[in-house]
Design a binder for this molecule. Structure first.
Ligand SMILES: *Cc1c(COP(=O)(O)O)cnc(C)c1O
Length: 394
């Protein structure tokens, strides 16, 4: 069968090749340490699981409203007031099948063919492909490593054209772990406001911040952006609920209506019992979130120094999320590889450590290591990496 042009235009997730390779080795009994995961290693907190079970028992097993149950929207109204100092109404919320689908619906409802979306690199792999699926044009603006991988307003200005429709901001960032300061957000937000650029703010790692850092929403910093922005968030990362598939978007009511219309012809509502689970996540004790955050911070602190003491690796210390994103260009060169991607492939084969090459995030000199795994695994992986370097440095 001949495939559509639309589908031919998107590339499969670059992270898949390495994950597949690691799985293959594991299946054949080889002990590969996976540092490629983009999800918390913890199980969902027990009370959340209980709430889903109870909802199912009580018959919450039917279709819900496409945009989600009103109790969950009410909980999000409260959460937005508490965490972001934003007053919103339930009509300004859609509950979606994960934050990923909230982003997908956003671009479907926002873009006309040829509309440009500014995407700072390094970026999360799905942004570019989702924009293309909506007939938009991704415009990559490089966040330089010497500027903590963050883009400046000058760079955004240079990339702006008459066709610029939106800017995607992801703070804390996957893959870099960097957080934009309030001053940086203010500058970028005011520029977008003046130039009619919609800000799509992906705040999924909001709760996973370290060393006293705070991740603010650009809409809290520039409140006038409220009707010119889409805030994306969800329960996957903060509550260790990736498999439940619950995310949400906050935007002006007419835009939410358009997103809901697209959802009504694709997924319909997100899973009913998962919505009740998310409700319990928001309304229950927030202690599990803090416990997991502390575990991530502890792992970060225990692995960061070890990583940067390995020859060839240079790394900015992340402020949030659960990834390290070192520059491994020297490490690859020192060991005779022509690219970081080839170096990472050799690491899987020989050192039995799976990491994600930075290529797919638009940053080919870097590599992403997830610390959403046990300290034991992390220590073993770094030892293997060190040994590999010692054996191969020319
Ligand atoms: C994990 C992730 C998402 C998607 O989360 P889901 O709610 O599981 O769909 C969105 N954005 C970024 C940057 C992520 O890392």
């Amino acid at each position: 069968m001949e495939l559509s042009q639309r589908v031919k235009n998107i590339s499969p997730s670059s992270t898949l090749a390495i994950t597949a390779k690691a799985k293959e080795l594991k299946a054949s009994g080889i002990d590969v340490i996976g540092l490629a995961a983009g999800e918390p290693d913890f199980n969902t907190p027990e009370p959340i699981i209980e709430a889903a079970f109870k909802a199912a028992k009580e018959g919450q097993t039917k279709y819900t409203a496409t945009s989600g149950i009103s109790e969950l929207k009410a909980a999000i109204v409260q959460k937005m007031a508490r965490d972001s100092h934003l007053t919103i109404s339930p009509e300004e919320i859609i509950i979606t099948t994960g934050a990923k689908h909230a982003l997908y619906l956003t671009f479907q409802a926002l873009l006309n063919p040829g509309d440009e979306v500014i995407i700072p690199s390094p970026y999360w792999v799905s942004y570019t492909e989702q924009v293309k699926l909506a007939d938009g044009v991704p415009v990559i603006v490089e966040g330089l490593e010497e500027n903590d991988f963050k883009v400046t307003v000058e760079r955004i200005k240079e990339a702006t054209t008459a066709k610029t429709k939106a800017l995607i901001l992801n703070s804390p960032s996957n893959p870099t772990g960097m957080i934009y300061t309030a001053d940086e957000l203010r500058e970028i937000g005011q520029y977008c406001l003046k130039n009619d650029i919609v800000v799509v703010s992906d705040e999924i790692y909001e709760k996973l911040v370290y060393d006293g850092a705070k991740a603010e929403s650009i809409v809290s910093v520039v409140p006038d952006l409220k009707n010119q922005s889409v805030i994306i968030n969800g329960v996957s990362k903060s509550y260790a609920m990736t498999g439940w598939r619950i995310g949400y978007a906050v935007a002006e009511a007419s835009f939410i209506k358009a997103m809901t219309n697209v959802a009504s012809h694709s997924t319909s509502n997100p899973t009913s019992v998962a919505q009740y689970a998310a409700l319990a996540a928001f309304n229950g004790s927030q202690e599990p979130v803090e416990t997991m955050r502390q575990a991530f911070e502890d792992r970060l602190n225990q692995t960061y120094e070890k990583l940067v003491s390995i020859p060839g690796f240079k790394c900015i210390k992340p402020q949030g999320a659960f990834y390290l994103f070192p520059n491994a260009k020297w490490a690859a060169e020192m060991t005779g590889f022509t690219s970081v991607t080839a170096f990472v492939a050799a690491l899987v084969e020989e050192a039995k450590i799976a990491m994600v090459p930075g290529e797919g995030f638009g940053s080919p000199d870097n590599v992403r290591l997830s610390y959403a795994t046990s300290l034991d695994n992390l220590n073993k992986a770094l030892e293997r990496l060190n040994t590999f370097m010692e054996n191969h440095i020319k």
